[in-house]
Write a protein that binds this ligand. Structure first.
Ligand code: NAG
Ligand code: NAG
Ligand code: NAG
Length: 184
């Protein structure tokens, strides 16, 4: 399992036969977040909206840019990586002040003091996988643009209740390749 995590953090080293990337979708039936996709936008994870990607022009000209408007992920046993091609990858981390789920900038391993990159677990079912975090995931409508911020619940952080925030299950669907060169 350790090997799989290490490989997932280095997308360039994964052979296509072993690649395991997945998009995430929120499930909470009867809530406004049911079936919203988890997207990367502005260095943090959101439900809804669009994924913010960047791909350098020279790769674009060579046709090397993933042609998607989605966000996907790799790993999830311990650490969780963004499905990004950029050398060095991008890691998801959990902010210690509020539990917000964020990700490292391209070409930087900087993670704020106290933030956690560990503690995720991924289980593969017959039809789909599930990404888990000890105290669960919650989405809150605090962005002001109609999207929802994604939080990994921390034991010492109290998030607002329904209808501002909703807990959800993060359901994973298999994808074969990273969805972006890098997420911005
Ligand atoms: C919650 O606990 C963690 C670990 O002890 C700590 O790093 C973090 O600052 C705490 N957060 C808050 C909001 O108190
Ligand atoms: C997803 O990929 C995993 C690992 O390769 C595999 O075990 C599982 O059957 C796949 N699930 C689907 C629905 O294709
Ligand atoms: C979030 O939800 C609350 C409760 O429904 C609502 O009052 C508020 O206007 C919403 N905020 C945003 C930014 O959508």
């Amino acid at each position: 399992m350790k090997t799989a995590i290490a490989l997932a953090a280095l997308p360039g080293f994964i052979s296509s036969a072993q690649a395991q990337f997945y998009g995430l979708t929120a499930l909470h039936s009867g809530s406004p977040i049911h079936f919203l996709p988890v997207n990367a936008a502005g260095e943090s994870l959101h439900l809804g909206g669009i994924s913010t990607h960047y791909c350098p022009e020279d790769f674009q000209q060579e046709g090397g840019c993933p042609n998607t408007v989605m966000t996907n992920f790799g790993g999830g046993n311990g650490g969780l990586s963004m499905g990004a091609l950029v050398p060095g990858g991008q890691m998801v981390y959990v902010d210690s002040k509020c539990g917000a789920m964020k990700y490292t900038q391209p070409h930087s391993a900087f993670i704020p003091v106290g933030a956690s990159t560990d503690g995720f677990s991924f289980t593969q079912g017959p039809g789909f996988g599930t990404l888990s975090w000890g105290n669960g995931f919650v989405a809150c409508n605090d962005t002001g643009d109609g999207t929802w911020s994604v939080y990994a619940v921390l034991p010492n952080v109290t998030l607002p209740d329904v209808p501002r925030c909703f807990g959800f299950d993060a359901i994973a669907t298999n994808e074969t390749k990273p969805a972006a060169w890098e997420y911005t």
